[in-house]
Design a protein around this ligand. Structure first.
Ligand SMILES: Nc1ncnc2c1ncn2[C@@H]1O[C@H](COP(=O)(O)OP(=O)(O)OP(=O)(O)O)[C@@H](O)[C@H]1O
Length: 501
């Protein structure tokens, strides 16, 4: 018998019905992958299972008995836990404190620090994670914070774990350890529901694949019986062919003089990095999580200080101390940590989109009108197929994760920056939307923008880069051009062995 099953679950937000009657099962000792386009309803569905949202209709059965969870605590007491996309840690508390958050170990009524550390170490050990127990979580990188979240969910007896895109920010090694943990949990009888946009993960860890399309189940089959093409077809209703959008296979034939030049730069986690970007060019900076790629990107926007080296814009030396310096210099930046560093959570979609273009949109009178913001919103809503209620006033927090990412990208597309630095531009984005984002990046380059795509996803680099630099442990180890930019060359170089040029 299945541990958990649902029949006819429906859910609306205001007038919009998001789930149209979901029949679903999760078996004990089995992993089911839950897939679907951005906005299909995956997070909403698992939040209902975890007691975070109430369903409007339908029923949830646990061990064959009807249950209705009024809160997260109630779902937890039934052994169901959600590891959400949104990290909910307490930045100033330490790693150990965050792992035991909400379940403080006490001795004679007083929180025991020793016991806190001991328990946290035990839980992190299950993930073979190497995160310092005493460090405040605000100092960790996003992937490490994700690991702390997972460790917290392992406290207590779980019968069903719901993972919502857990590997989006993890390194390959960290993801590998998580997969081992998931296999162990499965073997010990836990039911696992696993949401991902990375289809290779489905074949690696899941027993069953379940696809949500527009709030309905469009496929539910054993993984052994499906192909990647079946999953994509069920998700987007068509086949999606990964292709290269780069200007020409051999890169641009004539190169204008660079608008941005970085020479022998060293800073947080990178050393002696040199690169240049000309107008109309897309440079890919590729490396695994932790290779220094995102640190270089952040430095180009003024989010990190450069310790040594030289940054020039239009030939003029530049010192960026803060992101405000970056914006003033005409650099646009999409950070990899969407929630922490980019989303203005209490603002509308239109306000989020227009934020850095405010001055330009407001015009000479300095008066920003909702109409101007709304027009900016409409321009990108269609071009990037942003899935929202089609009103610029919708709060950004009510968009699905992948659609928030598209709004943030549109922010910089609208801004018309001369230099655009995009860190992990397709993180959390579905297979179809990826292609739209790649097209948008190339369109931007065609209009003369100089673009740097910093990514740990080689598909991003292959799809859009005219030239690619590969980083390993903070240094550029290979530079590839045009037709040299292939999966094999990129992954081989990022492994650290090969040195080209
Ligand atoms: N609190 C809310 N208020 C209004 N609409 C919401 C709310 N939460 C989600 N939605 C809407 O419900 C739909 C489904 O969102 P959901 O987050 O479940 O999608 P998802 O499949 O998890 O997408 P992604 O892959 O991008 O994370 C979206 O259109 C979203 O805008």
């Amino acid at each position: 018998m299945s541990f958990l099953s649902t029949h006819g679950i429906t859910k609306s937000f205001g007038p919009v019905e998001v789930l149209h009657g979901i029949d679903f099962t999760a078996e004990a000792g089995s992993v089911v992958a839950l897939l679907g386009e951005n906005g299909a309803g995956k997070s909403t569905f698992v939040k209902i299972l975890a007691g975070d949202h109430g369903a409007d209709g339908g029923e949830v059965l646990i061990d064959g008995e009807h249950r209705r969870f009024g809160s997260v605590a109630e779902a937890r007491s039934a052994g169901i836990r959600l590891i959400s996309q949104e990290i909910a840690d307490a930045g100033t508390l330490t790693v150990a404190e965050n792992v035991v958050l909400g379940a403080w170990p006490r001795r004679m009524g007083v929180v025991s620090r020793r016991e806190t550390r001991r328990r946290a170490a035990g839980l992190l050990d299950r993930l073979r994670a190497d995160v310092p127990l005493n460090r405040p979580v605000s100092e960790l990188r996003l992937g490490e914070r994700q690991i702390v979240e997972i460790a917290r969910a392992l406290a207590g007896e779980s019968r069903c774990l719901l993972f919502d895109e857990p590997t989006a920010a993890l390194s390959d090694v960290e993801a590998g350890r998580l997969f081992e943990l998931i296999a162990d949990l499965r073997d010990s009888g836990v039911a696992i529901v696993y949401i991902t946009h990375r289809l290779d993960e489905v074949f690696r860890i899941a027993d069953r694949a379940c696809v949500l399309r527009d709030g309905r189940i469009s496929l539910d089959r054993p993984v052994a019986e499906v192909t990647t093409a079946d999953l994509v077809q069920a998700m987007v209703g068509r086949t999606v062919v990964a292709r290269r959008f780069a200007g020409s296979q051999d890169g641009p034939s004539t190169r204008e003089s660079p608008v941005l030049t970085l020479r022998d730069a060293s800073g947080d986690d990178f050393t002696d990095v040199s690169l240049s970007i000309a107008p109309g060019e897309v440079i890919g900076l590729y490396g695994k999580v932790g290779s220094g790629v995102s640190e270089v990107a952040e430095t180009l926007f003024g989010m990190r200080r450069m310790a040594r080296g030289e940054l020039r814009l239009d030939g003029e030396a530049l010192r960026l101390r803060t992101p405000a310096d970056g914006i003033r210099a005409g650099v646009g930046f999409l950070p990899s940590d969407r929630q922490g560093q980019a989303v203005l959570p209490s603002r509308s979609v239109a306000e989020n989109l227009a934020a850095p273009s405010w001055r330009r949109l407001a015009g000479r009178g300095g008066l920003m009108t909702r109409g101007r913001e709304a027009r900016a919103y409409r321009r990108w809503h269609e071009a990037l197929s942003i899935r929202s209620r089609n009103t610029p006033d919708q709060s950004i927090g009510t968009l699905s994760g992948g659609n928030q990412q598209k709004v943030l990208l549109a922010r910089w597309l609208e801004c018309g920056s001369r230099v655009l630095v995009l860190s992990e531009p397709t993180r959390g984005v579905d297979v179809g939307a990826r292609q739209e984002i790649y097209q948008a990046i190339r369109r931007l380059a065609a209009d003369g923008t100089a673009v740097l795509v910093a990514s740990s996803d080689y598909e991003d680099i292959i799809a859009v880069a005219d030239q690619a630099a590969v980083m390993v442990r903070g240094r550029i180890v290979a530079v590839l051009g045009g037709t040299e930019i292939t999966t094999d060359r990129l992954t081989e170089s990022a492994g650290g062995a090969l040195r080209v040029r």
